[in-house]
Structure formats: structure tokens, C-alpha cells
Design a protein around this ligand. Structure first.
Ligand SMILES: Nc1nc2c(c(=O)[nH]1)N[C@H]1C(S)=C(S)[C@@H](COP(=O)(O)O)O[C@H]1N2
Ligand SMILES: [Mo]
Length: 386
């Protein structure tokens, strides 16, 4: 039910996503968007016949058709190492899938319609404060070394307990190697990424070169990127919120300075730097669930991308914090599931969760809204035991 959260939505359904990027605005703005969208869709129905005759809608449909076909014809290159294997036991029953299906993967962007980019004319320009500017075609990109990694992407506008987070297997070429070839000049501390639709984000150059598996990605869960998720090429950076790192439909990388350029969401009140905050969520039981007294398995996810989760604790009402069992995980770049066996007694109870990351830091109890750099606080659910 969150703006832009549904993956695989029809192109028309995305009309309400506008402005739902990093922030998504407040509730009022969302409702307005919904009404506008309904009116817009009605208008579409009336005008459809006319518009289809050589109109905007017609051209849009043609572009969608052509790009859909081009995507179907893509043969993804093989990664240079075997695919990482998801260990048995990464999945706790009743918890959200460890790997998010492409169609269920949350979607956030400012695009009224997802840009239709034809790979045969796609180019990536790496320029700005570099010694050797580079231009890559789709064919050239596919010939570069490819790796495949699970990375959990998260949106800064995710509320505590929210679902604007997903984990996928990304295939791509390490951006570090491309940046090394381009040769950033001293002082170029920001890598500005620009999408074909003009959207921009800025990532610290140092983060993209520190050895983490930051990818210029072409594949998602074994398929070419879905159009909604950036086909043909996007960036994926472990440890940073999407609004500062995960440019979809990317066509330009400009080495710059944070002092010289503010990316799209920065003048709109969001922080220029966006490391993902350590968070955790209860998936089962759901808020408002009714269960019988006895053993109830409480489970969920916790994440501290590129740092790693070392502990998750659960609290019943105002009781002591009890340590949950951590499930297996592929790497520190993904979320991690957990479970806790609760001996539930009759009555209404509040369950809370908090995670500790590998730096030893435990999530703060202090609630903060998503803006400007990510929500904080402990996720809680109410459960009634009969
Ligand atoms: N071109 C473009 N890329 C974008 C955005 C956007 O609005 N336009 N939104 C960003 C944000 S805020 C997030 S959280 C991620 C979401 O990626 P997804 O839609 O594949 O889940 O994409 C990022 N990349
Ligand atoms: Mo986001």
C-alpha cells in the first residue's frame, strides 16, 4: 500500500508514483496524487481513441513494445565466478522471502512513465573530473567482467516496519574498475549519476572505490533488469540508500564535488549522504494478529548492509530483551532473518524488535521520520493471545 511499492505495475498505474522518490511527500500529497491519478485515468479512457491515432499514447505504446522486444532478446553474460548460493536456513517460515521476486520488488522513482531505453542506442558517458573520459555502448558493457551478488536495496523513505526494501541477485560489472580506468582527479569526491529522464543522485567516490561490490547492473534475479527497475542499466551499491546510489536507466556518470553539485533530492530536503541505518522488522505475527496461547514463532528481518547484523533481540511488553536466533545469510550486504520462540500467555501483548550491527551499535529507540536521512526507532506489533 505504499506509493510506488508495487513492482511490475502497469505503466498507467505508475502515474501516482510521481514525487514518491526519496520522500514521497506527506499523506495529503499522496491522496491528492491518487485523486489526480483517477481523474487522469478517466481522461485517458475518454481520449484513448483519439490519442492512439498518432498521439502521445501511440508513440508510448510503440516505444514500450520495441523495448519489451529488445529486452526479450538480451542474452546476459555469465559472471566470472559462480553465483553465490543462498544457504539452507536463510529463510524463516512466515517471514518475507529472503530473495524478493522481481514482480514483488518495491519500486520508487519520480518517473510518470518508466523510461523506455533501447539498449542498441544506449550509451554511458563517464566524464567530468577524470583523466580519461569513457563512453561505453551496450555491447562494450556486456563484454566487461561481470559478477553476480545478492544486495539488499532500501529506500530512505521507508518507515519503521515498512516494506520499501528488497533483496535481489544483481549481475553487473564492478563500477570500481571503470572508475579506475577513468581516473578521478584529486578532489572529485562525488560520483554524480544521471538517468535518461534527468534524475540524478550523488555517491561518494570513496565508497565506490573502497572494494565493496558496487555494480553497474544489467541483471536482476537471472533476468535482464525489468523496465521498472532500470532497464537496460542501473547502479547498485551495498550499504547506501537508493536515492544516493541506485540510479535506474543510467546514461551518465560525472565525477564532481559535493560542494559543486546537489543531486535531485538534496535541495528537496534530503541529506546528500545516505548510509543505510541499521533496522529490523517483525513480519510474523502481523500487527493485530490473534494467536493461541503456547509457543508462537516470532520472526522477521534485520539489516545493516555492508556492516552486518550480529544480534537481534525481542521484547514482550515491558519485559527483558531476549536474544533471537539469527538465520543464515549470504553476506553482510543482504538483510538477515531471525526468529524467536515466544511462550505466549493469554491477553494483549506488544512485541518489539531491535538489532545490533557488527560495529556493536544497537538501534536507537528514538523515533525519527524518514527525512532527511532515514527513519529510526523500534518496530512494534500488537498481538492478542486467546
Ligand atoms: N532514474 C531514477 N533512478 C532512481 C530513482 C528515480 O527516481 N529515478 N529513485 C531511486 C530511489 S529513491 C530508490 S529507493 C531506488 C529504488 O529502486 P527500485 O525501484 O528498483 O526498487 O531507485 C533509485 N533510482
Ligand atoms: Mo528511495
Amino acid at each position: 500500500g505504499t506509493v510506488g511499492a508495487a513492482g511490475g505495475v502497469a505503466v498507467e498505474a505508475s502515474a501516482g508514483v510521481k514525487g514518491g522518490g526519496a520522500g514521497g511527500g506527506d499523506r495529503g500529497a499522496r491522496d491528492l496524487d491518487q485523486n489526480e491519478r483517477r481523474r487522469f485515468l478517466k481522461g485517458l479512457g475518454l481520449a484513448a481513441g483519439l490519442a492512439l491515432v498518432g498521439g502521445v499514447a501511440g508513440r508510448l505504446l510503440t516505444a514500450r513494445q520495441a523495448v519489451k522486444q529488445a529486452r526479450n532478446e538480451v542474452v546476459l553474460p555469465r559472471p566470472r565466478q559462480p553465483v553465490p548460493v543462498v544457504p539452507a536456513g536463510a529463510q524463516v517460515p512466515g517471514v518475507t522471502p529472503y530473495v524478493s521476486a522481481n514482480d514483488d520488488f518495491y519500486r520508487i522513482d519520480t518517473a510518470l512513465y518508466p523510461p523506455q531505453v533501447d539498449p542498441s542506442t544506449w550509451q554511458l558517458r563517464i566524464h567530468g573530473m577524470v583523466r580519461n573520459p569513457i563512453t561505453l555502448t551496450w555491447e562494450q558493457l556486456l563484454q566487461r567482467p561481470m559478477i553476480e551478488r545478492y544486495v539488499t536495496l532500501a529506500c530512505v523513505s521507508n518507515e519503521v516496519g515498512g516494506d520499501l526494501i528488497g533483496n535481489a541477485l544483481w549481475l553487473g560489472t564492478p563500477i570500481k574498475e571503470l572508475l579506475d580506468e577513468a581516473g578521478p582527479l584529486p578532489g572529485a569526491d562525488q560520483v554524480v549519476q544521471r538517468s535518461v529522464d534527468g534524475w540524478t543522485c550523488g555517491t561518494p567516490t570513496a565508497v565506490l572505490r573502497d572494494g565493496r561490490d558496487a555494480l553497474l547492473a544489467v541483471g536482476m534475479n537471472g533476468e535482464p533488469l525489468p523496465v521498472d527497475h532500470g532497464f537496460p542499466v542501473r547502479m547498485v551499491v551495498p550499504g547506501l540508500y537508493g536515492y544516493v546510489s541506485a540510479c535506474k536507466w543510467i546514461t551518465e556518470i560525472e565525477l564532481s564535488r559535493f560542494a559543486d553539485f546537489d543531486a535531485y533530492w538534496v535541495p528537496r530536503g534530503w541529506s546528500a549522504q545516505g548510509p543505510i541505518k541499521t533496522e529490523s522488522r517483525i513480519d510474523t505475527p502481523r500487527d493485530g494478529a490473534k494467536r493461541s496461547a503456547g509457543t508462537v514463532v516470532v520472526g522477521g528481518v534485520a539489516w545493516a548492509q555492508h556492516t552486518g547484523i550480529t544480534k537481534v533481540e525481542v521484547q514482550v511488553d515491558d519485559g527483558p530483551w531476549a536474544e533471537a536466533t539469527l538465520a543464515a545469510t549470504v553476506s553482510v550486504d543482504t538483510w538477515r532473518q531471525w526468529s524467536y520462540q515466544w511462550e505466549a500467555t493469554p491477553g494483549d501483548h506488544r512485541l518489539r524488535v531491535r538489532a545490533t550491527d557488527r560495529t556493536g551499535q544497537t538501534q536507537t529507540s528514538t523515533p525519527a521520520p524518514p527525512a532527511p536521512d532515514g527513519a529510526t526507532g523500534w518496530h512494534a506489533v500488537q498481538v492478542s493471545i486467546g
